[in-house]
Unconditional design. Structure first.
Length: 455
């Protein structure tokens, strides 16, 4: 390459498509590289987990998690989304840093949390690009943006899978007896500190079925850390490929949304919304399954619950970003399916489900909205949008709209249904636990009778 080629190279780099592809690629690459280098055996995961276990940072992790929640609430109060772009980047970086430190400090109890935070960062970074830089106002279509995301996720997932497979073949680290012994030696500090009453010796405490519940729990916790440390690249590969598939579907769907002004476009939007609703229902099923798995292993249950919540949030976020609200309002007054959906959404059962799910967050949200209104009134951060009718209101304009809406609800019927939902959830939860106890009793009875098959 000669010096005469530099202007051509600069023009290529500055083109919108190349900038979009590079931005999405870096948004996915940096968190995935952090996951592989810091929280997998290919990188420094034994050193990280050993350091956290040796210094007993679990309680500090609780404090950092509370600080992250408080910082998130503060960002809401100060109208984070209205601040200049450099300020948003700075404040958001602090929030992500707090979340990452909290996840690392809590990694002995929840080994999957650092990986989950890294993978969620890819979604957060991509969402930031879509809302702040490559949005519809800049002329970037949804199909172009999500196609670039699909390429980025797919290529990085492919590279991660190749790197993991190469490491396994070259270093001879397939999942076998020798590898498990190597992992236990590498995570020696974890085994020394995971049990509160002493040091775990694998051959003595974990290789045999211990009757001590605390020892069994400590062995399970240590093995979860070892398994995640070895399989983190596989998790990254799998999630990247799934995200690439989702982005590809979103890109194909976004192309149909470009013609939403026509009758065929409205029909396309209806099909898209049906698919999103089905995806959300499927993820809710995953959340329900995670509750049932809780009787077997809390680690799998928590991971499934977090993954389901993240998937639902990503689907809802895509709907909010890409679907025009004018089309939604048009669809809400025409078509039998849309009318049925609106009836379901406005039913007392749906409202009771929302109240049951939010429960303790409702007074927190009310308090934050009042603080946000006080901040706006004091700092005049939204001077151009305020009117004389809301300057003395306790709530913001959006908050007052919600208060006015819920004041018309039939709260006697809704709270009765909340009680019924609570009783139903308690009955099902207890029933699932009783099932394990009943089958354990049946196993003991079958063994006593000398029957050769067990449940």
């Amino acid at each position: 390459m000669t010096i005469n080629d530099l202007p051509v190279l600069a023009a290529i780099v500055n083109s919108g498509a190349v900038r979009l592809q590079i931005s999405t690629y870096l948004s996915v690459l940096v968190p995935c590289a952090t996951l592989i280098s810091c929280f997998s055996c290919i990188g420094k995961s034994p050193m990280v987990f050993n350091f956290v276990a040796a210094n007993n940072l679990n309680m500090i992790g609780n404090g950092v998690a509370c600080a992250a929640a408080a910082w998130f609430a503060l960002l809401y109060v100060v109208d984070f989304h209205l601040r200049p772009l450099p300020v948003r980047i700075f404040l958001g970086t602090i929030l992500l840093g707090l979340c990452m430190f909290a996840a690392v400090f809590k990694s002995i109890s929840y080994p999957w949390t650092p990986g989950l935070v890294c993978l969620l960062c890819t979604v957060i970074f991509v969402g930031f690009l879509r809302t702040s830089i490559f949005n519809r106002k800049s002329g970037t279509g949804g199909n172009d943006f999500f196609r670039a995301c699909a390429i980025s996720y797919g290529s990085i997932g492919l590279l991660t899978g190749i790197a993991w497979a190469t490491w396994i073949l070259v270093a001879d680290k397939a999942w076998n007896v020798a590898t498990r012994a190597w992992l236990r030696r590498a995570h020696e500090e974890v085994y020394d500190n995971v049990w509160e009453d002493g040091e775990l010796v694998y051959e003595t405490h974990c290789a045999t079925d211990s009757t001590h519940a605390a020892i069994r729990a400590a062995c399970l916790q240590a093995s979860s850390i070892v398994i995640f440390s070895w399989g983190a690249p596989f998790i990254c590969w799998f999630v990247c490929l799934v995200a690439a598939c989702f982005c590809y579907v979103f890109a194909r769907t976004a192309a149909k949304l470009n013609d939403s002004g026509t009758e065929a476009g409205v029909a396309s939007v209806q099909r898209v919304l049906k698919g999103c609703v089905l995806a959300i229902v499927f993820m809710l099923g995953c959340l329900w399954a995670s509750v049932q798995v809780a009787g077997a292993t809390v680690q799998i249950s928590a991971a499934m619950f977090a993954l389901g919540c993240a998937s639902i949030s990503a689907t809802v976020g895509w709907m909010l970003l890409e679907v025009d609200f004018a089309i939604l309002r048009q669809m809400s007054v025409q078509g039998q399916i849309a009318l049925n959906i609106m009836k379901v959404m406005k039913s007392d059962w749906m409202r009771a489900t929302m109240i049951y799910g939010l429960n303790g967050f409702i007074p927190i949200m009310v308090a934050l909205d009042i603080l946000r209104q006080m901040q706006r009134r004091t700092c005049s951060s939204r001077r151009g949008e305020r009117s004389s009718s809301d300057t003395q209101d306790w709530f913001t304009v959006g908050g007052r709209r919600v208060v006015s809406e819920v004041s018309l609800w039939n709260w006697c019927s809704i709270l009765t249904k909340v009680n019924m939902l609570g009783e139903l959830f308690l009955a099902i939860s207890l029933g699932s636990k009783i099932t394990y106890v009943a089958f354990s009793w049946l196993n003991a009875e079958l063994v006593a009778l000398g029957i050769n098959f067990y449940t």
